[in-house]
Design a protein around this ligand. Structure first.
Ligand code: FES
Length: 97
């Protein structure tokens, strides 16, 4: 199965995402920190800007992301798959460890 590489701009962390795997699921599996809560497109905790590359947003009708946010390259990565190499930046920041 093909996989793609996703990087987080602010931290420089990178991880592999399976072709049909949601970006957040891959990050959690590889212990890369992205803010999240619901994992189903309703809490908006995981909203991220796609800086480079392209991602596919799934279940757009059921999840809470606006056309304006989509136009600004923002995606809910709990319901998004990577289309090639991608760099993202979560809008919410995790608390410092
Ligand atoms: S984790 Fe809740 S919208 Fe993505």
């Amino acid at each position: 199965m093909s996989s793609n590489r996703v990087a987080i701009r602010a931290t420089g962390e990178a991880f592999e995402v399976g072709g049909r795997e949601f970006i957040l699921d891959a990050a959690i599996r590889q212990q890369v920190s992205i803010p999240y809560s619901c994992r189903n497109g309703t809490c908006r905790s995981c909203i991220s800007t796609v800086i480079e590359g392209d991602v596919q947003q799934h279940d757009v009708d059921d999840c809470l992301i606006s056309p304006a946010e989509l136009a600004a390259n923002q995606r809910l990565v709990c319901l998004a798959t990577a289309k090639g190499e991608v760099v993202i930046e979560p809008l919410r920041k995790l608390p410092r460890r």
